[in-house]
Design a binder for this molecule. Structure first.
Ligand code: LHQ
Length: 259
C-alpha cells in the first residue's frame, strides 16, 4: 500500500491505493508509519519525498472502513484518530529531516492534513485541497484545524472547513498554505530536484531549523531566542558547519556530508 524507494539520500514514499484515491485503510497507515520511521532513523536518508500513485494524492480516511452502518456497536472515530492518525502526524513533525510532499492530485480530509504536516509542499496545478470533513458531518482532524489556522488564518480556515469548497493549488500557494504550485507535468521532476538539493544539504542544520520553526508558533519570543541559541550551539559543532565556512572562504561549492 506504500511504495518505498531509497536512493541518493532520498526516501521516496508513494501512497499506493490508486483505485481508492489512496484513501487510508489500516494497512496503508501501518505501511506509511513503518516507512517514515525507517527513514527517520536511517542515516543514509537525508530527505523524504511523499507523493501518491495515480490521479490523487490522498482522499483521507477510507470511509468503507469506518462505515457507521457496519460498525459493531457505536463507532468510535476518536479511537481511530488516537491510534492511527495522531501518531502519524506526530511522527512527521518529529523527523529531523526535511519532508517534501508532492501533491499530485486531490488531497481531501485527512489526506490534506498529512500533506500540510510536511515541510515543503509542492502541488500540481490541477491538484485540489478539500476540507471534506464537513460534507460528512465530521470535524477537521489530523492537525487540520491547527495547520490551517496557522498557515492561512482563522477567516480562511473557517471558510475552507465550514464550506468544504475545493482550493486549487495556485490559490493555496498564494494564500501561503503550500510552498509552490507547479505545472502537473513537471511536478515530480521539481519535487525530485528539491528533495535532491535538500539531501545534499547540511542535514543536522536543516533538521534543527525545522524544529525551531515548528516551535515558533507556540513559543514566546524569549523562549524562541533561547531555543535558537541552543540549536545554534549544536549546529556550530557539526562538520557540515566547518565545511560550509571552508567552502565559503575557498569560494567553492560546499560538500556537505549530513553530519
Ligand atoms: C474512496 C474515498 C474514501 C473510500 C474516494 N474512502 N473510497 C479520520 C478518522 C476516522 C474517521 C473518519 O475520518 C477521518 C478523517 C477523514 O479523512 S474524514 C474525510 C474522508 N474523506 C472524504 O470524505 C473524501 C471522500 N471522497 C471524495 O469526496 C471524492 O472521492 C474526491 C473529492 C476526493 C474525489 O472525487 P472524484 O475525483 O470524483 O473521484 P470519485 O469520488 O469517483 O472516487 C474514485 C473512487 O475512489 C471511488 O470508488 P469507485 O469504486 O466508485 O470507483 C470512490 O468511492 C473512492 N474513494 N475517496 N475517502
Amino acid at each position: 500500500t506504500v511504495l518505498v524507494e531509497v536512493a541518493d539520500g532520498i526516501a521516496r514514499l508513494t501512497l499506493n491505493r490508486p483505485d481508492k484515491l489512496n484513501a487510508f485503510n489500516e494497512a496503508m497507515h501501518r505501511a506509511l508509519h513503518a516507512a517514515l520511521d525507517e527513514a527517520k532513523w536511517d542515516e543514509n536518508v537525508r530527505a523524504i519525498l511523499l507523493t501518491g500513485a495515480g490521479r490523487a494524492f490522498c482522499a483521507g480516511q477510507d470511509l468503507a472502513e469506518v462505515d457507521p452502518h457496519k460498525a459493531d456497536g457505536e463507532p468510535d472515530l476518536g479511537e481511530t484518530i488516537e491510534r492511527l492518525y495522531n501518531p502519524l502526524i506526530r511522527l512527521i513533525r518529529s523527523i529531523d529531516k526535511p519532508i517534501v510532499c508532492a501533491v499530485n492530485g486531490v488531497a481531501a480530509g485527512a489526506g490534506a492534513s498529512v500533506a500540510l504536516a510536511c515541510d515543503l509542499v509542492l502541488a500540481g496545478r490541477s491538484a485540489k485541497f478539500i476540507q471534506a470533513f464537513c460534507k460528512i458531518g465530521l470535524v477537521p482532524d489530523s492537525g487540520a484545524t491547527w495547520a490551517l489556522t496557522r498557515l492561512v488564518g482563522e477567516a480562511r480556515a473557517k471558510g475552507l472547513a465550514l464550506t468544504g469548497r475545493p482550493l486549487d493549488a495556485e490559490t493555496a500557494a498564494g494564500w501561503g498554505l503550500i510552498w509552490h504550485a507547479v505545472d502537473d507535468q513537471h511536478l515530480m521532476e521539481e519535487a525530485g530536484k528539491l528533495a535532491a538539493s535538500l539531501a545534499a544539504g547540511p542535514t543536522v542544520g536543516l533538521g534543527l531549523t525545522k524544529r525551531a520553526i515548528q516551535a515558533a508558533s507556540t513559543n514566546s519570543l524569549d523562549d524562541q531566542l533561547d531555543l535558537e541559541r541552543d540549536l545554534q550551539r549544536e549546529a556550530g559543532l557539526t562538520p557540515d558547519y566547518a565545511e560550509g565556512v571552508a567552502a565559503f572562504t575557498e569560494k567553492r561549492p560546499a560538500n556537505f556530508t549530513g553530519r
